[in-house]
Design a protein around this ligand. Structure first.
Ligand SMILES: *[C@@H]1O[C@H](CO)[C@@H](O)[C@H](O)[C@H]1NC(C)=O
Length: 192
């Protein structure tokens, strides 16, 4: 996607926040779980568990234990949420680059670096979401999440090295890191 289509896409997301759980294909060997059970199984910490439950609620998932879905449905939600969050972060960084004339050079370089870090990370999350929606081949999935996280960490470190500047992007990157971690933890329920 070009930056412009991404912006339009993001606008549409803002205008249409009620996306329903996009169920993937029914795949053999993939567990059927209620949302709460899926969050419990996937989460190693209370923090991630709460993030997971909050994510499901926000997306309008039926939380009753009797409403079981294949876990791919939850993974798709969490992955798309992370991808949307990546989009918001890159949008803020590119707006700063375009519009903030008083951006110090070091910050400018870091933002540019972050955009380069984020671009392949966004692509790999988009690919993961597509693969989960369209098929049952989970090969390479773990690598895609891990490389998506590594790119974020590169960006985080760029921003961390700007010790004298507080940037609005830094907390967004930390937030993205949480979201992609949640998606990856849910994806591990596939045995990847
Ligand atoms: C411009 O960048 C500086 C340095 O990062 C920041 O303090 C300021 O809030 C930014 N201005 C706007 C309008 O975002």
């Amino acid at each position: 996607m070009t930056m412009t289509t991404r912006k339009i896409f993001l606008l549409l997301l803002v205008l249409a926040p009620l996306r329903m759980a996009a169920a993937g294909k029914t795949c053999p060997g993939v567990p059927w779980l209620g949302a709460v059970a899926a969050c419990r199984k996937a989460s190693g910490t209370k923090f991630i568990y709460n993030l997971c439950i909050g994510r499901m609620r926000e997306d309008g998932v039926d939380m009753s234990p009797s409403h079981k879905q294949q876990v791919t449905a939850y993974i798709i939600l969490a992955t798309e949420d992370a991808a949307n969050s990546y989009d918001s972060t890159t949008l803020v960084a590119s707006n700063q680059l375009d519009q903030n004339a008083s951006l110090p050079g070091a910050v400018r370089d870091a933002y540019q670096g972050c955009l380069n870090d984020y671009s392949p990370a966004e692509d790999s999350l988009d690919r993961v979401a597509e693969a989960l929606k369209s098929g049952c081949d989970f090969v390479g999935l773990a690598d895609a999440y891990v490389s998506g996280m590594t790119s974020l960490e590169n960006c985080r470190d760029r921003l961390l090295s700007l010790q004298q500047y507080k940037t609005p992007v830094y907390p967004m990157v930390l937030h993205d890191r949480e979201k992609v971690s949640l998606a990856y933890m849910l994806a591990k329920l596939l045995g990847i």
